[in-house]
Design a protein around this ligand. Structure first.
Ligand SMILES: Cc1cc2nc3c(=O)[nH]c(=O)nc-3n(C[C@H](O)[C@H](O)[C@H](O)COP(=O)(O)OP(=O)(O)OC[C@H]3O[C@@H](n4cnc5c(N)ncnc54)[C@H](O)[C@@H]3O)c2cc1C
Length: 358
């Protein structure tokens, strides 16, 4: 079992921000590692643009080795499959074991899949991104009718990116499309989807997949060969089994210092954490990074910790697949090519900031 002072688990948005800060400024003392399932971190904000053919894969990912070298942090490639919060031990799927004085979790979430009977429908989840992209390449070579599950921002962006690449596309939403966003944004998104001939089914939760059929309640609502899952965040099961205090959905409950309620030696941020006032969105994870970097430094040096205060509102920019974007801020919405260029500028800036060499 290898021992560390601190292990960052998962190369999520917040950990990328921590590494970037430590590469530029002095990093805290001790033996520190990043455990990542892959050699690269994919940036979800650019995924719709990649699928629409507006970016190439190399534009949308960050190589972890140079960033870790610059931050003087060891990079361990492996997938955590179990955690003992009490012993602060991590079990990897390849049999290796790691333990540390301090742990920080930024492992994101996965997407939910309704129960499936039979193999009549091919199903692809949008996460993990690397698996999704290789699966999509196979599908792209042989276009077939497609249904997308998920009426949030990700589902809308994916539908708009893929509408011209498949013979028929249906988008299924549990409630209204873009629930929680302004009515203006919803109307603009519906307009774009109708223009691309995407069949939008609102208030139509899918309860199961039966052969080649999607079932809502007891009624068949769509028949076809392929389903893309882009519906709400689901917690990784090993978090709730770790002994950490988790909410009803299995996400780690944290205090404003970003530490677990029950195990203060373990921090959790981004989609895998649960804190009132935050949403499952990359924007919140990015904003947690400076506080996390400061607090990890503080615990390793014995200094006082800072509190993270979630922003009340966040700006949303949804790619429309044609180079444009829809903007949502409070109750205001707008759309057009100018917002697409702005989104591109912000997305490329995020990637550029993390491309460091050591
Ligand atoms: C198509 C799409 C577009 C989106 N666009 C936006 C957008 O424009 N803006 C926005 O704010 N949000 C967007 N989101 C939501 C956003 O992707 C997530 O909310 C965000 O990625 C969560 O960030 P995170 O820091 O929690 O972790 P993530 O960015 O999800 O990263 C988690 C990391 O942990 C790693 N990992 C997972 N499990 C393990 C394990 N067991 N062991 C080791 N490593 C592991 C993963 O490989 C990954 O690198 C989009 C989502 C999708 C699907």
């Amino acid at each position: 079992m290898s021992h560390y002072d601190l292990i960052l688990i998962g190369a999520g948005h917040a950990h990328l921000g921590v590494l970037r800060r430590w590469a530029r400024l002095e990093r805290p003392p001790g033996r520190i590692a990043l455990l990542s399932a892959g050699h690269e971190a994919w940036y979800s904000g650019m995924l719709p643009g990649l699928l629409a053919g507006r970016h190439v894969a190399a534009d949308c990912r960050i190589e972890l080795a140079p960033l870790c070298r610059a931050a003087k942090v060891e990079l361990i490639i492996g997938e955590a499959e179990a955690l003992s919060a009490m012993q602060r031990q991590v079990q990897l799927s390849d049999g290796r074991g790691l333990n540390a004085e301090w742990l920080s979790l930024n492992v994101g979430a996965r997407v939910a899949c309704p129960p499936q009977q039979g193999a009549g429908m091919q199903v692809l989840a949008v996460k993990p991104f690397a698996d999704f992209l290789s699966g999509w390449q196979n599908w792209q070579a042989d276009p077939q009718p497609l249904a997308i599950l998920g009426g949030g921002a990700a589902g809308v962006e994916l539908a708009l990116a893929l509408a011209n690449q498949v013979p028929q596309l249906a988008l299924f939403c549990r409630g209204p499309l873009l629930a929680g966003h302004s009515a203006g944004l919803r109307l603009r998104a519906l307009g774009h989807l109708h223009q691309r001939r995407v069949r939008v089914r609102e208030d139509c939760p899918i309860s199961r997949i039966d052969g080649d059929c999607l079932i809502s309640g007891a009624a068949p609502v769509w028949r076809g060969p392929r389903l893309l899952l882009a519906s709400g965040a689901q917690a990784l099961p090993w978090l709730a089994q770790s002994g950490l205090d988790c909410d009803a959905a299995g996400f780690v409950q944290i205090a404003t210092t970003l530490q677990s309620h029950t195990h203060p030696h373990i921090f959790a941020v981004g989609d895998c954490a649960s804190l009132p006032g935050t949403r499952k969105s990359g924007v919140y994870s990015v904003r947690q990074a400076p506080v996390l970097a400061a607090n990890l430094n503080a615990v390793l040096r014995g200094l006082p910790l800072r509190a993270y205060r979630p922003q009340r509102q966040s700006l949303a920019l949804l790619a429309t697949g044609d180079g444009g974007a829809l903007l949502s801020w409070h109750d205001y919405s707008a759309g057009g090519q100018l917002f697409g260029r702005w989104k591109d500028y912000l997305d490329r800036g995020f990637i550029q900031r993390h491309r460091l060499s050591g």
